[in-house]
Design a binder for this molecule. Structure first.
Ligand SMILES: [Zn+2]
Ligand SMILES: [Zn+2]
Length: 347
């Protein structure tokens, strides 16, 4: 099969021929239709310090995908849940099921998490083997949308944690694909006001298409002052920090209302300075760190939002490429001209 592989440490990826992956008794072999390309893949392409410290080449890249069941291990077949030809996607974090987080309903925080396309072979390939327990039927969701349910799930997790979105006011800092999806999720969940902020004009335009009521530019606008103006001087109920910009934390805590909530997904590349007494403790803020997708409540909520049509993520998808154009796919992510980028793997 054809696969995009980080063959050796260093910049780039190679399109190579590899054997179709072997699969175990409880695995499902999936023929990949589409795969999402994301910022993580850019880090891997560029072989930054994180990638160099984490990946052990050779490894097939890609962690966001959907496709059809091509074969099953004996035990997975015996369960009768999946059959050849079923359209499916999968949670890309493979977890142990035995550690304290796993056994207390927090599998997304498993201490032995192995991520496809990072720690084990991934989805930029014609076939991928996944544990059946990670696989989900798409049930009417098209495979090009199924391919981006990993980042949509990040957005669902970030926007809905706290559970109080209906009628609320929200600020989304950072309008990359996950930030734009979060805007759509907040609107679908009934937020009365969604403000979105980003330096990039293309991304702010995508946030508007996903339903943002107001967009702000962090250099041209005073984001905290504008958020307060739009909320009768109070600040917003919920801030979703998706930017990872070093100033994002201070902005997030200042823009939240007293008693508000800040859900943090963006990962700054350095430590950030926060006045915890003034901005968190005396304001009574609730902070929540978002990792991955809750298994599987995030997926269940996301499935329903997509199947009902309440959430349409497609405006965020700006580019589609075949696998041999991975350099172009990485290029449009790097230069900031893209929303979500999809690889047409089956082409
Ligand atoms: Zn991703
Ligand atoms: Zn675990």
């Amino acid at each position: 099969m054809r696969a995009l592989v980080k063959s050796v440490p260093g910049v780039g990826m190679e399109l190579v021929d590899r054997p179709v992956p072997a699969f175990a008794a409880r695995d499902v072999l999936i023929k990949v239709h589409y795969a999402g390309v994301c910022g993580t893949d850019l880090h891997i392409w560029e072989w930054d310090a994180w990638a160099a410290g984490r990946l052990r080449p050779p490894v097939v890249i890609g962690h966001e995908f959907a496709g059809e069941v091509a074969d099953l291990g004996a035990a997975a077949r015996g369960e009768g849940i999946f059959a050849v030809g079923d359209l499916v996607t999968a949670e890309g974090h493979v977890i142990c099921g035995h550690c304290v987080p796993c056994r207390t309903g927090n599998g997304h925080l498993c201490v032995r998490t192995s991520i496809i396309g990072v720690d084990r072979d991934g989805a930029f390939a014609e076939f991928i083997a996944m544990p059946a327990s990670n696989v989900m039927h798409l049930d009417g969701i098209p495979t090009d949308v199924g391919a981006i349910m990993d980042p949509i799930g990040n957005a669902v997790h970030t926007a809905l944690e706290g559970g109080d979105v209906a009628g609320s006011t929200a600020l989304v800092l950072g309008c990359g694909p996950i930030g734009c999806f979060a805007v759509g999720v907040l609107r679908a969940a009934g937020a009365s006001l969604v403000i979105a902020s980003d330096f990039n004009d293309t991304r702010r335009a995508l946030a508007v298409r996903m339903g943002a009521h107001h967009t702000l530019h962090p250099e041209r606008d005073d984001v905290v002052a504008r958020a307060r103006e739009l909320t009768a001087g109070l600040g917003v109920d919920l801030v979703c920090e998706m930017s990872g910009h070093p100033s994002g934390h201070a902005t997030a805590f200042a823009a939240a209302r007293p008693g508000g909530r800040v859900n943090l997904l963006g990962t700054p590349s350095r430590t950030t300075e926060v006045d915890f007494a003034r901005d968190v403790i005396f304001k009574g803020l609730t902070l929540y760190g978002v990792t991955g997708r809750k298994m599987y409540s995030t997926w269940i909520h996301m499935m329903r939002l997509l199947q009902s049509g309440q959430l349409d993520p497609r405006p965020v998808v700006t580019h589609r490429f075949p696998m041999e154009r991975i350099a172009d796919a990485i290029g449009v992510i790097k230069d900031g001209s893209a929303g979500k980028v999809i690889l047409d793997v089956a082409r």
